[in-house]
Design a protein around this ligand. Structure first.
Ligand code: PEP
Length: 247
């Protein structure tokens, strides 16, 4: 019922020309898939990416957006510009944005609202820190982040949202949550959505992210509540990423 969605977060990697090269390599490797495939290059590579993606089944995503329409916000970019560049998805609240750029639950919520208002689909990231996991508060942390991110969102918009459960300790470290652990936490997230949005919770796609790769993708994707993956390191090589997509 929920179409799997695998998204590559290319972070601050690859120049525009390298982005085009990777997209050209990736296109034939994923063209027959039933999975929704999204790539999220750096903002400055989006124009080149849009041209390279023409005629393919791969969707374009951005890694961030600002919550105002326009104005004196040096260094930021708005939803309208992303839409003009063919962007369909936007990652909001990635843990690296929270850690290095002061992204808070409040700004995440504002960005979710603006993206939805403009017709972009948010990929909202939630996840606990290692210390929180060790203290046994993972469920509370992700439930709270989910509720705060979705605060005030209309039920009719819920199905446009993808949530990425990314335990912070698993991002870029080679450590993954076990498939059972990831599934259990994702069920908590779905339950938090259900408390506000009842049955709409069944249509929200929830990805796992955190050192997901060609080796562990099939096991993670086989879990009942895991609907996809947000992939960092393993999305930077066409062959590796295509193996995740074709899990
Ligand atoms: C990410 O950045 O969202 C991520 C999951 O990274 P990695 O796959 O490298 O852990």
């Amino acid at each position: 019922m929920r179409k799997p969605i695998i998204a590559g977060n290319w972070k601050m990697n690859m120049t525009p020309s390298e982005t085009v090269k990777l997209i050209r390599e990736l296109k034939p490797l994923v063209e027959g898939t039933n999975t929704e495939v999204v790539v999220c290059p750096m903002a400055v590579s989006l124009f080149a990416a849009k041209e390279a993606l023409a005629g393919s089944n791969i969707r374009l995503g951005a890694q961030n957006v600002y919550f105002e329409d326009a104005g004196a916000y040096t260094g930021e970019w708005n939803c309208d510009s992303l839409l003009e560049l063919g962007v369909e998805y936007v990652i909001i609240g990635h843990s690296e944005r929270r850690q290095y750029f002061n992204e808070s639950d409040e700004t995440v919520n504002k960005k979710v609202h603006k993206a939805l208002q403009k017709g972009l689909k948010p990929i909202v990231c939630v996840g606990e820190q290692l210390e929180q996991k060790q203290k046994g508060v993972t469920a509370e942390v992700v439930r709270m982040q989910t509720k705060l991110a979705l605060e005030g969102v209309r039920a009719s918009d819920i199905e446009s949202i993808v949530i990425a459960y990314e335990p912070v300790w698993a991002i870029g470290t080679g450590m993954t949550a076990t498939s059972a652990e990831a599934n259990m936490t994702i069920r908590e997230i779905r339950q938090a959505v259900r408390e506000r949005y009842a049955d709409a919770a069944d249509v929200v796609r929830i990805q796992y992210g955190g050192s997901m790769n060609a080796k562990n993708a099939a096991e993670l994707m086989a879990m009942s509540d895991i609907d996809g993956g947000l992939i960092g390191g393993a999305s930077l090589k066409a062959e590796d990423f295509s193996k995740v997509v074709n899990y």
